[in-house]
Design a protein around this ligand. Structure first.
Ligand code: ZN
Length: 131
């Protein structure tokens, strides 16, 4: 009998399940577009990820290289653009940006605001090679 192997995993090396699932969604979207365009290979793709989302660029890149193996997306360059978080104050209507921590409205000091941008996650463009 061989005793079970315990492989130590550093907590910071763990990839969140939501990143894996999210990257799988991205791959599905890209594959769908690529096949409709009769792509032979996907060369690169651009993603927009809002600052308010918890996705970490490195984890997304890691998941992408893992999941794209053996597909026409293998080796495609992943470019991630971060979208700044923008708010609109519910008190005075001023627009302001998120700076590290939630800050009160710079115009009136109000603490209630709605999110205008920063929660997005989208594939903004795909570069393909056709037959
Ligand atoms: Zn305000």
């Amino acid at each position: 009998m061989i005793p079970p192997l315990h492989i130590p995993v550093q907590p910071d090396k763990l990839v969140g399940m939501h990143e894996l699932a999210m990257t799988e969604n991205i791959l599905n979207i890209v594959m769908d577009h690529a096949s409709r365009a009769n792509a032979r290979k996907v060369l690169s793709l651009k993603l927009k990820i809002g600052e308010l989302s918890s996705f970490v660029d490195d984890s997304v890149s890691f998941c992408w290289s893992l999941l794209s193996q053996g597909t026409i997306c293998e080796g495609a360059k992943l470019e991630i653009n971060r979208i700044a978080a923008e708010f609109e104050c519910l008190g005075c209507g001023a627009h302001f940006f998120f700076q590290k921590e939630l800050t009160p409205c710079p115009a009136c000091g109000g603490m209630q605001a709605k999110v205008l941008a920063g929660e997005e996650l989208e594939v903004s463009s795909i570069e393909i090679e056709q037959d």
